[in-house]
Write a protein that binds this ligand. Structure first.
Ligand SMILES: NC(=O)C1=CN([C@@H]2O[C@H](COP(=O)(O)OP(=O)(O)OC[C@H]3O[C@@H](n4cnc5c(N)ncnc54)[C@H](O)[C@@H]3O)[C@@H](O)[C@H]2O)C=CC1
Ligand SMILES: O=C(O)C(=O)Cc1ccc(O)cc1
Length: 366
C-alpha cells in the first residue's frame, strides 16, 4: 500500500520532528496528530508539524501509516487502541527505544486485525522533550532501525524503509533481539552511568559548594543525557531489564579492575590500559547522530563574538562550500571550538584554505 495519510500518536520531540520531516515528502497528503496533552497538540499545529489534530478513532481510520511516538511503557496500550480503528493493510510502527518486548506482542496482534506492525527506532534525539524541541532535520544522517522477523511483510518494510530514508536517515534492518542487545551497551548503559555520575557529584556537593564551580567540559559531556525525561528512561530500563543488567555487570567488572589498578598503584598497567582505551576511542568512526561516519572535517576555534559562527558559515556559503554538519565541541568564556564536516575532500581542502586566508584558527581533523 502506498503511504499518503499518516497519523502520529504522541507529538513530542520525536513525533513532531517526524511530522516536520514528512513535510518534504510529496507523497504524503496529510499528517494528523493525536496526543493526550492538548498543549502539545497546539504546539505541534503551531510549528506545522501536523496538519490537523484528531481523536484516536478519527485520526487512525483514515491513516495508511500510524506512527506511535509515546513512552515505551505506553506503546502496547496505544497500539491496542489503534487496532480497534485502523483499516486493513494499515502499517503501524513505533519509535520506542526498546524493541523485543513490543515486537513479540504487537506483530501478532496486528496481523490478527490485518494490519502490519514493524518496530522502529531512530538513533537520534536529545535530552529535551516535547514538540518545543522538535527539529525538522533530526533524522538527517541518523541511523533509523527497523526490525525484521520471520513474520515481517517485505513490501511494508520496503515502504517504511523508503519513508525513513526520505527523512535523510540511513535505515538499518535488524532483529529486535539484536537491537536490544546493542542499545543496552551503546545507549542504556551510558544513560545509567551519566545518571550515577551526576548523583555522585550531587552527593559531594552537600559538603562542598565548589563542586558545581569546578565542573569542566568532561563532566558536562558525560552527564548531558542525565537530563533526559525520567518517564521515558524508567520505561527503557524496565523494558530492557535483563540486557541492561548484563551490561552493568560487565561495566562493574571494568570498574573493579580499574579500582584495583589504582589501589595497587600499578602505574604501568594503568597507563597501558588508558592507552589501549584511548586508541579504541580514536578508532571509533567519527560519528554523527548515530553510527554514520562523517569523513572530512575541520576543527575551528572561534572568538566569543556575536555571530562568530554565522560569519564563518557565510564565508564558506558564499564560496559555494556546503557544510554537512556542525558540532559544538567546546564552549569557553572566550569562545569555542566547533567541528565542521564536509561530504567531499575537495570541500574540506577549499574550506581549510579559505578560513586560513581569513585568519581563522583552523586545523584539519585526521
Ligand atoms: N528522546 C529521545 O531522544 C528519543 C526517544 N525515543 C523514543 O521515542 C518515544 C517518544 O519520546 P519523546 O518524543 O522523546 O517523548 P516526548 O515526551 O517528547 O513525547 C511523547 C508524547 O507522547 C504523548 N503521550 C504519552 N502517552 C500518551 C498516550 N497514552 N496517548 C497519547 N499520547 C501520549 C505525550 O503527551 C507527549 O506529547 C519514546 O518511546 C522514546 O523511548 C527514541 C529515540 C530518541
Ligand atoms: O541525546 C542523545 O545524545 C541521545 O542519545 C538521545 C537518544 C535517547 C534515546 C534513544 O533511544 C536514542 C537517542
Amino acid at each position: 500500500m502506498m503511504i499518503h495519510n499518516v497519523a502520529i500518536v504522541g507529538v513530542g520531540l520525536i513525533g513532531a520532528s517526524l511530522g516536520l520531516g514528512l513535510k518534504d515528502n510529496h507523497k504524503i497528503e496529510k499528517v494528523v496528530g493525536i496526543d493526550q496533552n492538548p498543549h502539545h497538540l497546539q504546539q505541534a499545529l503551531d510549528i506545522e508539524a501536523i496538519d490537523e489534530t484528531a481523536d484516536i478513532k478519527k485520526g487512525v481510520q483514515a491513516a495508511d501509516l500510524v506512527v506511535v511516538a509515546v513512552p515505551v511503557g505506553s506503546i502496547k496500550s496505544v497500539v491496542d487502541e489503534v487496532l480497534k480503528y485502523a483499516k486493513a493493510g494499515t502499517i503501524i510502527t513505533d519509535v520506542g527505544s526498546t524493541k523485543s518486548n513490543l515486537v513479540q506482542d504487537l506483530e501478532h496482534k496486528s496481523a490478527t486485525k490485518d494490519c502490519i506492525y514493524i518496530g522502529g527506532h531512530p538513533m537520534t534525539g536529545s535530552e529535551v522533550s516535547g514538540p518545543i524541541a522538535a527539529d525538522k532535520y533530526l533524522f538527517e544522517n541518523a541511523i533509523y532501525v527497523l526490525t525484521k522477523t520471520e513474520q515481517t511483510d517485505q513490501a511494508s518494510l520496503d515502504e517504511l524503509q523508503q519513508l525513513v530514508e526520505g527523512l535523510g536517515a540511513q535505515s538499518l534492518i535488524i532483529s529486535p533481539e539484536h537491537h536490544d542487545q546493542t542499545v543496552a551497551v551503546t545507549s542504556h548503559l551510558p544513560h545509567l552511568v551519566a545518571v550515577n555520575l551526576m548523583k555522585t557529584a550531587s552527593e559531594y556537593e552537600v559538603d562542598d559548594e565548589l563542586i558545581t564551580s569546578l565542573i569542566a567540559g568532561g563532566f558536562r559531556d558525560t552527564t548531558r543525557i542525565a537530563a533526559g525525561d525520567p518517564e521515558m528512561w524508567k520505561d527503557i530500563f524496565l523494558n530492557n531489564r535483563e540486557l541492561v543488567l548484563n551490561a552493568v555487570e560487565v561495566f562493574e567488572d571494568k570498574l573493579a579492575d580499574f579500582k584495583e589498578m589504582i589501589n595497587q598503584a600499578s602505574a604501568e598497567e594503568l597507563e597501558t590500559d588508558l592507552e589501549e582505551t584511548r586508541q579504541a576511542r580514536r578508532e571509533l568512526p567519527m560519528k554523527k547522530k548515530g553510527l554514520l561516519a562523517s569523513n572530512f572535517e575541520l576543527i575551528l576555534t572561534l572568538p566569543d563574538e556575536p555571530n562568530a559562527i554565522g560569519q564563518a558559515a557565510t564565508l564558506l556559503g558564499e564560496a559555494g562550500i556546503n557544510i554537512q554538519d556542525i558540532e559544538v565541541l567546546k564552549v569557553r568564556d572566550d569562545g569555542g571550538t566547533i567541528r565542521l564536516s564536509f561530504k567531499q575532500e575537495e570541500e574540506q581542502e577549499q574550506a581549510y584554505r579559505l578560513l586560513k586566508e581569513n585568519n581563522y584558527k583552523v586545523v584539519k581533523k585526521q
